[in-house]
Design a protein around this ligand. Structure first.
Ligand code: GDG
Length: 745
């Protein structure tokens, strides 16, 4: 990582391709355009930010230059790109790049994530190259970033990079956005476990992980749960002490660019010229990169069915089929081209007449103005991918409809369908549905077209690419502010020494320790988590100092605490405060809730035990806990949400409440909380040192109830009202050991 300077933080974009292609001709660097949805969307967003000079307006774009550059030209290209501004090339030898891009990226991830498992190839060597190229990018990015920079990684080529970069530069803010779908777990799990876990863990290195739709978010979170056991809370996951946000950020387009271009006199003229050539024919437009996910062949077959069924439309309709060359090196793409060529030939051969062909086929890349002329003259856009992360063509068509007419036929398998319900939504696997939609589009009354197009245009205009980028970066800012709070709360070695000396100087100490997860590690089942001899010796030694009043404050039942800790000179609080046994005293009940609730609730809880194998109930005097740590993670998560909802409804406006612990739901009396229990202990004496440590939500009651000067420590890094955070249970062990040494001095 570069040294800190006075400079402002920059936005570092990492994508497979730089925004332009670079090559060497006659010993000189030449640049050209770089195609694709990602570059055009992101380019517009960065350009606007730069003009506005907002926070992070300075950026750097790191990517492959689009060609293999001979090593003797590396310095030349680097220095010229740096002079031009914002790009840092990642040089990769041609063969390796081919193995990476045409290999794992486009023969494994691309087909599988688009639900084409039969086309997916699983080869260990390709995975290794994927790892190798991610690592190579990591080196280049790590060498470029400066403190304060924000790194935003794009797309499926770099799903391992966030974690690799996190390891190299732990304090940097990292975002990741996936431009393609994230598939359902049943599809994702087809990847060998090592790769699937590698991808999930790789992505979790980011602070914010963005997808186009909530479906993809859900799929990803399920995969995280199934592969790592990590359960999210409203899209937030705790990963090695960091809070990671997983959310939907549907990408938009640069509305002004597409709308403005369509309004240009030159573009209108070109559109008129095409229209005149077509005479009375209605034009249906189809625009895609050549890709099997785009469903071009099925679309053609649906058009063929339409022509078959509606001879009245012969001579009166034309399909403008624009196919943009793509991934030339992958065999499947060659086959697809042949298939499309054949289909076009067959349909034209079958239905054409002198002076009319049903399909005009263009296999090339058009300039923006030529494309805009097509968008603005076409009566119908036929966008029917079999799977598409978002699909920008649909949005561009809407933006270019300057005359308030036109019909969009859109596949329900495109992310865009979630945002454009006014389109004619079709299933791309159904020739019938598509053929019917074509007829409906061609005969749609003008007023209906206007109503639909206007509604869609408002949405495309409002949720444009600038809003998308802003929202994503805003989420990253929020994460990093939160991260800052966490970092500030982390109990450092010197902080711990300070607390130890504060303890040493004090005369009367109240020490509160939660039990599970704080004094002992969490175990698979509660009866396995018994205190070891080492812990008991520590507690005994601490308790032997008359200045120390120790209270173990737990959700456990009193019998357990009595059996395992009853022989030490300390106070015990059971069932989150419902029972208390003062040092040397007897157990006393602190709350006397009406127990009739148990009979009401028990059948419901038992029903959930029946439904979830591995789950069980723990009945305590003042509460009942439903444990599900040993159950299948996903089913447990689902049923826990359902049960929580039902219980909350049932207990609304009663004196009972539902507590969500670590893989446990517990119903208890509201008054039986750890907060009121610690206050009862504090009444006993005037303490000049108060310490409380705990690891879960029930301990927050105690942190909040204690006076401000108390030292409160939460075990496990997450948002807390405690003053300090420590990473794990072992830290509490170390701390106790330090205190014990003082006691025995
Ligand atoms: C990926 C995801 C997601 C096409 N032909 C020409 C041309 N294009 C432009 C379009 C559009 C872009 O290419 C294609 O974007 P899509 O979104 O339709 O599809 P992918 O390239 O597969 O993009 C996709 C996207 O990333 C963004 O996140 O929506 O789901 O697969 O902008 O206009 N542009 C020009 N001439 C052409 O002939 N100038």
């Amino acid at each position: 990582m570069e040294k800190a300077t006075e400079q402002k933080g920059r936005l570092i974009i990492v994508s497979n391709r730089m925004p332009m292609t670079v090559g060497i001709e006659d010993g000189e660097m030449k640049t050209g355009p770089s195609a694709g949805g990602l570059v055009s969307a992101l380019g517009a967003f960065l350009e606007r930010r730069k003009q506005q000079g907002t926070e992070l307006s300075e950026h750097k774009w790191i990517g492959w230059p689009g060609n293999s550059i001979a090593p003797q030209y590396h310095d030349l290209v680097k220095s010229q790109l740096r002079q031009m501004g914002e790009c840092e090339p990642v040089f990769i030898e041609e063969q390796l790049m081919d193995q990476f891009y045409l290999g794992f990226c486009n023969k494994t991830i691309w087909p599988l994530f688009h639900y084409f498992p039969v086309l997916t190839i699983y080869e260990e060597a390709m995975w290794e190259v994927y790892e190798q190229v991610n690592r190579h990018f990591c080196e280049v990015v790590a060498a470029q970033v400066r403190p304060g920079d924000v790194v935003w990684i794009h797309d499926y080529h770099f799903m391992l990079l966030p974690a690799m970069l996190r390891e190299r530069c732990p304090e940097i803010s990292i975002g990741f956005f996936l431009h393609i779908p994230f598939p359902a777990y049943e599809i994702f799990r087809m990847l060998p476990r090592k790769w699937a876990s590698g991808i999930v863990e790789g992505l979790l290195g980011a602070d914010v992980i963005g997808f186009h739709t909530v479906d993809y978010v859900r799929h990803f979170l399920t995969s995280v749960l199934r592969l790592t056991g990590n359960q999210h809370q409203i899209g937030r996951l705790i990963v090695q002490g960091r809070e990671v946000q997983v959310d939907a950020f549907p990408i938009g387009i640069d509305f002004e660019r597409y709308h403005g271009t369509a309004c240009l006199g030159k573009v209108r003229k070109e559109a008129d010229t095409i229209r005149r050539k077509l005479v009375q024919q209605k034009a249906i437009l189809s625009v895609d990169r050549l890709d099997y996910t785009k469903g071009i062949a099925k679309r053609l077959r649906a058009y063929e069915l339409f022509l078959e069924r509606h001879p009245e439309w012969h001579q009166n309709v034309i399909l403008l089929l624009l196919v943009v060359p793509s991934r030339i090196g992958v065999d499947k793409y060659q086959d697809m081209r042949s298939e499309i060529d054949e289909l076009v030939g067959r349909i034209n051969g079958r239905f054409a007449d002198i002076g009319w062909s049903p399909i005009a086929y263009l296999y090339k890349n058009l300039g923006l103005q030529a494309l805009s002329s097509l968008y603005s003259m076409a009566d119908v856009a036929l966008v029917t991918p079999l799977r598409d992360g978002m699909n920008l063509v649909a949005k561009e068509y809407v933006a270019a409809r300057t005359q308030d007419n036109g019909v969009l036929i859109l596949s329900e398998m495109a992310g865009a369908a979630r945002e454009l319900p006014e389109a004619l939504i079709v299933n791309p696997n159904s020739r019938e549905e598509m053929a019917d939609a074509i007829l409906q589009a061609l005969t749609m009354p003008e007023a209906e077209q206007t109503a639909r197009i206007r509604a869609m245009r408002e949405s495309v205009k409002k949720y444009d690419v600038h809003r998308w980028g802003r929202l994503f970066l805003h989420a990253m800012e929020e994460r990093s502010a939160l991260q800052q709070v966490t970092v500030e709360k982390l109990l450092t070695a010197s902080g711990m020494e300070r607390l130890v000396s504060q303890f040493d100087l004090s005369k009367r100490r109240a020490l509160f320790f939660d039990y599970d997860g704080t004094l002992v590690p969490l175990a698979r089942s509660p009866e396995l988590a018994t205190p070891g001899g080492g812990l008991k010796d520590l507690l005994r030694s601490l308790a032997s100092d008359p200045r120390n009043d120790i209270t173990i404050i737990s959700g456990r039942q009193r019998e357990f605490l009595q059996t395992h800790l009853g022989d030490i000179r300390l106070s015990l609080v059971a069932e989150h405060g419902a029972w208390m046994r003062r040092r040397g005293g007897i157990w006393r009940k602190r709350v006397f809730p009406d127990h009739s609730w148990k009979t009401r609730i028990m059948p419901m809880l038992e029903f959930y035990v029946e439904r979830l194998p591995g789950s069980f109930l723990e009945e305590k005097e003042c509460s009942i806990a439903w444990h599900y740590r040993q159950s299948d993670a996903e089913s447990a998560d689902f049923l826990a949400q359902e049960l929580k909802f039902e219980l909350n409804n049932l207990l609304f406006q009663t004196n009972m409440e539902v507590l969500e612990g670590n893989k446990v739901l517990e119903v208890r009396a509201k008054s039986a909380n750890k907060g009121s229990a610690v206050l009862a202990v504090l009444d006993d004496a005037a303490y000049d040192f108060i310490l409380a440590a705990g690891d879960d939500a029930t301990d927050e009651d105690m942190f909040q109830a204690l006076p401000k000067e108390a030292v409160t420590i939460r075990v496990g890094i997450r948002p807390t009202s405690a003053q300090y955070l420590v990473a794990g249970q072992q830290d509490i062990g170390d701390f106790l050991w330090k205190l014990t040494k003082l006691t025995s001095k």
